[in-house]
Design a protein around this ligand. Structure first.
Ligand SMILES: O=c1ccn([C@@H]2O[C@H](COP(=O)(O)O)[C@@H](O)[C@H]2O)c(=O)[nH]1
Length: 291
């Protein structure tokens, strides 16, 4: 990495300091397009995306567009996703593109170039990746992210109920999720003790109780990883659940919510008010942890 590129963990730390830890999702579900009185079409997608960027840009630490809802419209949807990422960049708001990529190393390099290279029109500040081809296969993404000051969030304990059958499974004396947490700790070994590392993890807001039960709390703290915690709102978790479940690891958590806030749209002020209510709750969470 050249000297003038600021590492992702530092940029994220500054954004959280300025706006609090909440991550706002842009998930243009067909039902939301309809609820916003927009056609379920490329035209409707574009308007939805423009409103969401206007509402969240400059207001929140991190915005997470869900790639699937753009990809489903083909090339025209990808073009709108590029515009969302460019719009957030212009507004100085960090983007985390939720694409959950993972493949053999040589193919992973191409995915990394698509999302993490300075020359790509689809570049984001960070992406989500899946470690289930082995964490080592993700090395091209870790390497390119480090060189360009970007971040990578590894799926560790996902928010969906089906995730436990794989992630809680025990292999060689440890859970799969626990082994991923320790591997990410090694990647973040040089991270500052009081800040975020550049490699994050996805640990669902819905799995707080499992974290404590599986004895993973302290290992999460050791990882220095920013912990994206989707599941707040539509999946039933609350910011309070994050505080109770993550315990001392809660200071690393970025509670993420999409549908619950987006359902307040299309009015920009109403979207901001819904976001701000979650931000308010999350600031209480950080205070409680620091006590
Ligand atoms: O474990 C995971 C990983 C990713 N997600 C994604 O987050 C949002 C959640 O949306 P809500 O509307 O707030 O439920 C969505 O894009 C998921 O694909 C997740 O939910 N859980």
């Amino acid at each position: 990495m050249s000297d003038d590129i600021e590492p992702f963990g530092i940029r994220l730390g500054a954004a959280v300091e300025a706006h609090g830890p909440v991550c706002a999702g842009i998930d243009p579900h067909p039902s939301l397009l309809e609820a916003w009185d927009l056609p379920v079409s490329v035209k409707g997608l574009r308007r939805f995306a423009e409103i969401a960027v206007e509402a969240f840009g400059g207001e929140v630490a991190l915005v997470k567009p869900q790639s699937a809802f753009f990809e489903r419209f083909g090339a025209a949807g990808i073009e709108i996703l590029e515009d969302v990422l460019a719009g957030l960049r212009e507004m100085g708001t960090l983007s985390l593109l939720d694409v959950k990529r993972g493949d053999i190393g040589s193919t992973m390099l191409a995915y990394a170039q698509a999302y993490l290279d300075d020359s790509s029109t689809l570049r984001a500040d960070a992406i989500t990746v899946s470690p289930f081809l082995g964490l080592g296969s993700l090395a091209p993404a870790f390497d390119l992210a480090r060189r360009t000051g970007r971040g990578v969030f590894v799926l560790a304990m996902t928010s969906n109920p089906e995730g436990a059958s794989v992630q809680h499974a025990v292999w060689d004396g440890d859970t799969v999720g626990g082994a991923i947490i320790d591997a990410v700790s090694e990647l973040n070994a040089l991270a500052p003790a009081d800040g975020f590392g550049d490699v994050g993890m996805v640990v669902g807001a819905t799995v707080g109780k499992d974290i404590a039960d599986l004895g993973l709390t302290e290992r999460l703290v050791q990882s220095r990883a920013p912990l994206l915690a989707p599941g707040v709102g539509a999946q039933g978790a609350t910011v309070g659940d994050v505080g109770r479940g993550f315990g001392v690891a809660a200071s690393l958590v970025l509670p993420a919510t999409s549908r619950a806030v987006l359902s307040a749209g299309p009015d920009v002020a109403a979207l901001r008010a819904a976001l701000s209510a979650v931000q308010e709750e999350a600031s209480g969470l950080r205070l409680r942890v620091e006590q």
